[in-house]
Design a protein around this ligand. Sequence first.
Ligand code: DAT
Ligand code: MG
Length: 149
Amino acid sequence: MEKTMVAVKSDGIQRGLIGEIIHRLEKKGFKLIAMKMVKPTEEMAKQHYIDLKDKPFYSGLCKFTAAGPFVAMCWEGQSIVKVVRDMMGETNPVDSKPGTIRGDLCVQVGRNIIHGSDSLETAKKEVALWFKPEELIEWKSCMEGYLYE
Ligand code: DAT
Ligand code: MG
């Protein structure tokens, strides 16, 4: 099983979409193993988006992230890193297909409501950035035998 890091960003929180995003991942069959609401420091925001440090929007992105609440989650499931990216849609909601989270729920790239790790390697780094090992709750879902054979 893979783990990925998903976050509802402050625009998604302001728009009342925490439940909608969790609902979609739960309905799919993924398992929530950690969740916390935080107000990230600018340092945490910078670390989270470190791969984008040379982009012109990096500073604004980190300031926006540090200015509001952030719901950080760790989810688990088969091939979850790729599948969550597909469920999210494209980075720019203009290019996101209807049926995806961004395609259905937002309009502009700088207010695209959700974060999801983009590779297994990134997922490992991001889970470790936002959660201590003991904050990851390994529990057995009673649905497991009906989701996986
Ligand atoms: P994603 O969030 O789909 O993984 P990313 O990692 O390339 O996309 O960028 C992180 C966030 O930065 C993205 O969700 C919104 C913001 N962003 C990306 N491209 C942008 C752009 N061209 N202008 C403004 N903000 C941008
Ligand atoms: Mg990204």
